[in-house]
Write a protein that binds this ligand. Structure first.
Ligand SMILES: Cc1cc2nc3c(=O)[nH]c(=O)nc-3n(C[C@H](O)[C@H](O)[C@H](O)COP(=O)(O)OP(=O)(O)OC[C@H]3O[C@@H](n4cnc5c(N)ncnc54)[C@H](O)[C@@H]3O)c2cc1C
Length: 425
């Protein structure tokens, strides 16, 4: 299976019911071109895992899941070209079987490549960019039905095309940079105190290839998920983390307290292929709690300590709506609408209970605390930040709006979400 069941009428979480009058999944690129050229209003959709109404439209919802499957590796160039609707989990297995890897993955492998890149989906790691930073080329069908190719090394405005929120056209194939395959060991530790987290934040995130802190904002009991790269010699690239005062768990864990670890990737330090350790959740199993809403905000590394401290102060206030929070690091990049554009970032993530009223109150409280740090919200998650404050944090937003006008002069791919967040009307 490489495609996705994208003809459903709502998103994965069920909080967004699509307003589309028509849902289509063309079986050829030519068919897609004809559909797009005939649409007044349309949106591309991936595997529907976004919590925001980013993919919604009053017109035609277009899935690429049924386009002919493409998976072409160019070993010399170290690139793979895949059809847009390919799920990361499928791609990862195929790459590993041929000796290749992607540098990182999000917490779940269930999402489509085009959908993940369009919202700058990320994992963790001081030196790991978000998933969109691996993109070296895109083929997309623009509003007039034309198939165009953009490449990083050729097109000056390439960096505007990748994290594009579905606003520039329907991507049909994505070319990604690949690296030789590698193995990873995953350990989970408990007992990280608020004081140690704040005092040794940089050391903690530098301790391994990918580090996540899971917390419910209590002073004594955060957990560390540590993913160490295993070198071909069998050595691991990591500093020991016991000196942070934490204890390794001897049973598998789940990020959401009380949830069944059967859904999570291998732990207890057993080495495994990169794609079976870098995501927290296993393909074919339910990711996260399965019954939730999510929010996430990115602040500069320089502001991370102060931002985290402020959320600890409102822990009691937001905990009734919270299942768990996660802190991760993302390397700076040059993609115009990436939340890590121009600054190394720390993300503060919130897995909420599926109670929209309680979540709205908690989101407002979190946004008040983060306001001094120019937070950038995750495009695919729940937020309420006003458009002006979002726009002020993206120095290349004006260039993106001009690019969208050029690619889509009549606004076929615009929707209410784009108008209310980036001002694309
Ligand atoms: C349980 C869970 C865990 C998650 N964990 C993480 C995480 O670890 N890190 C993280 O950053 N995010 C995470 N997310 C959020 C998720 O990765 C993003 O919302 C991602 O965009 C979802 O991909 P999708 O294929 O479902 O895209 P959709 O939600 O279907 O679409 C997202 C956007 O992509 C556009 N798009 C889709 N296909 C195309 C195409 N062919 N051409 C052009 N544009 C297209 C859509 O128009 C829309 O704007 C998580 C979500 C869930 C439900």
């Amino acid at each position: 299976m490489q495609g996705s069941d994208s003809l459903e009428g709502s998103n994965w979480a069920g909080n967004v019911v699509f307003g589309a009058i028509r849902r289509v999944a063309p079986c050829s690129v030519e068919g897609l071109q004809e559909i797009v050229a005939a649409c007044d209003r349309a949106r591309p959709v991936g595997t529907r895992h976004s919590f925001s109404p980013i993919a919604d439209t009053a017109g035609t919802l277009i899935s690429t899941a049924r386009l002919p499957a493409v998976l072409r590796i160019d070993a010399g160039a170290r690139e793979v070209t895949v059809s847009a609707g390919t799920r990361y989990g499928y791609l990862a297995g195929e790459l590993h079987a041929r000796g290749w890897a992607l540098p990182n993955l999000g917490s779940l492998p269930h999402i489509s490549v085009a959908g993940g890149c369009a919202t700058a989906t990320h994992g963790s790691g001081d030196r790991n960019g978000n998933l969109a930073t691996s993109v070296v080329a895109l083929d997309l069908v623009t509003a007039n039905g034309e198939l165009v190719t953009v490449r990083r090394d050729v097109d000056g405005d390439f960096a505007g095309h990748v994290v594009a929120l579905g606003a520039l056209g329907v991507v049909v194939t994505v070319t990604l940079a690949i690296v030789p395959t590698f193995h990873v060991r995953q350990h989970v530790y408990r007992g990280l105190t608020r004081v140690t987290l704040l005092e040794r934040l940089d050391e903690i995130f530098a301790a391994a290839y990918s580090v996540s802190v899971f917390t419910c904002w209590r002073p004594e009991s955060s957990r560390l998920w540590v993913k160490q790269r295993v070198e071909p010699t069998g050595e691991t690239t990591a500093a020991p983390v016991e000196n942070f005062g934490v204890r390794a768990l001897e049973q598998p864990d789940h990020p959401v307290p009380g949830a069944d670890p059967v859904h999570t990737t291998g732990q207890l330090g057993v080495p495994g292929p990169w794609h079976e350790r870098l995501p927290h959740f296993r393909m074919g199993f339910t990711p996260s709690s399965g019954d939730e809403l999510q929010s996430e905000y990115f602040v500069s590394r320089d502001d991370a300590r102060a931002a985290i401290e402020r959320i600890f102060h409102i822990g009691d206030q937001i905990r009734p709506a919270l299942q768990v929070s996660e802190l991760r690091t993302i390397a700076a990049d040059d993609l115009w609408l990436s939340p890590a554009y121009g600054r190394d970032a720390v993300s503060l993530h919130f897995t909420w209970r599926p109670d929209e009223a309680a979540v709205a109150r908690a989101v407002a409280a979190v946004e008040r605390q983060l306001a001094p740090f120019q937070p950038r919200p995750h495009w695919g998650k729940v937020f309420a930040l006003p458009a002006a404050s979002i726009r002020a944090t993206y120095p290349r937003l004006g260039d993106f709006l001009a690019l969208a006008d050029r690619r889509d002069p009549t606004g076929v791919f615009r929707n209410t979400f784009l108008a209310s967040t980036v001002g694309l009307r």
